[in-house]
Ligand binder design. Structure first.
Ligand SMILES: O=C(O)CCC(=O)C(=O)O
Ligand SMILES: [Fe+2]
Length: 381
């Protein structure tokens, strides 16, 4: 006898359903649960549910078949000694500016050491993010995402209203500049967040002034033209719980970030991969207390394509929780970003991107599914 297929559908109205297949007393039972009913079910809650030995089909992600598997980098990832940017020795300064320029041009990704942010602050911010995710679902509910520009957004996947395949990731996104916001829990989070956002902003400012010089512009050109005094800074905590089928799930699919520079640290568990020379490489064995920095879309536009925003993704594993703390630093929301005048020459290097207000770019990127560099493609000339 062919087994019967019993399809239990709880609700036809919703398009986001996930199914699981069970064998039950000779019958095959497919259950379609409507995701809405589990709506803010975090991946953390899902991963902690008993007997989870496969992932719901909603999370089934297939990697691009043309992408080779990730490997270790053949050349070492560039390292930038931040302290040299303010060295009293002009030769040392110009040397590090050249290295920074090369790192942005060849990699779009580098580690920053001697940046002045204390080890204890980096450790504390990681602990507070972990404590945040360990709050009860009820407590975290207060911060559930509504709109992409809400100052505090707790959520799952990337854009759970649009994603066809869900990411194995929960997140907390907080706008910390030009206005500072913070969840009021856990205790002490807000103080740590304020300090971390100030300190990391100093690092970003220093890097961008070096980058400005490296692009052949005045040291303060980036800062002034993109109005960094009121630049947008978004703090992101990412939680990637252990996944029973890591090879068919994804923490975050390939994407580039929307701002200028992104600073990343993690809890010592690797999972970040970047695309370098067309190949995915694992980012691991990084220097202690370093920041991983990547160039983002607005820097690609501003530099007229001299620096490309780097594509990266996060993979998951089946044993340990990975946490990353990301600080995305961009222009002011009302700044119109266009290739810098000095980097445009109608004959040799015509402007390769159309001018767009950063706010509009951000809404476009955050309001859609995340997919490689498709958002940037929309504003290419
Ligand atoms: O988890 C990571 O290492 C990277 C996260 C990331 O790319 C992002 O939040 O945009
Ligand atoms: Fe990213």
């Amino acid at each position: 006898m062919w087994p019967f297929l019993i399809h239990i559908l709880f609700d036809f109205d919703h398009d986001v359903a996930f199914s699981r297949v069970y064998k039950f007393a000779g019958f095959i039972v497919t259950t379609n649960f409507v995701f809405d009913q589990l709506k803010m079910k975090s991946v953390k809650a899902l991963a902690e549910s008993r007997d989870l030995n496969s992932i719901p089909s909603l999370y089934a992600y297939s990697t691009n078949a043309t992408d080779p598997p990730a490997s270790d980098p053949q050349d070492p990832i560039p390292t930038i000694d931040f302290s040299l940017l303010t060295s009293p020795d002009p030769d040392q300064r110009s040397q590090i500016i050249q290295e920074l320029d090369k790192a942005c041009k060849d990699w779009g990704f580098f580690q920053v050491i001697n940046h002045g942010v204390s080890e204890s602050l980096m450790k504390m911010v990681m602990e507070k993010v972990e404590e945040f995710f360990n709050l009860t679902d009820e407590e975290k509910k207060d911060f559930e995402e509504k709109d992409v520009l809400d100052p505090i957004r707790y959520g799952t996947s990337f854009n759970s209203k649009k994603d066809k395949v869900f990411c194995w990731r929960d997140f907390l996104k907080v706008i910390v500049h030009p206005e500072f916001h913070s969840p009021n829990k856990p205790l002490g989070f807000s103080e740590v967040l304020l300090e971390y956002s100030k300190r990391t902003r100093e690092v970003v400012r220093g890097l961008l002034s070096g980058i400005s010089t490296g692009l052949g512009l005045d040291q303060s050109y980036v800062e002034k033209s993109l109005k960094l005094d009121s630049g947008l800074q978004v703090f992101v905590g990412n939680l990637y719980p252990p996944c029973p089928q890591p090879e068919v799930a994804i923490g975050l699919p390939p994407h580039s970030d929307h701002g200028l520079l992104t600073l990343v640290i993690n809890n010592g568990v690797s999972g970040l991969q970047i695309k370098h020379d067309g190949k995915w490489i694992d980012v691991k064995d990084t220097l202690p207390n370093s920041f991983l920095v990547n160039t983002a879309d607005q820097l690609e536009v501003f530099s007229n394509g001299k620096y490309k925003s780097v594509e990266h993704r996060a993979v998951v594993n089946d044993t340990v929780t990975r946490i990353s703390v990301v600080v995305a630093n961009g222009p002011a929301l009302d700044a119109v970003v266009r290739p810098a005048d000095k980097l445009v020459d109608e004959e040799r290097w015509p402007a390769a991107y159309v001018p767009l207000k950063y706010k509009e770019y951000l809404e476009m990127q955050q309001g859609n599914q995340i997919e490689g560099k498709t958002c940037l493609d929309r504003i290419r000339v």
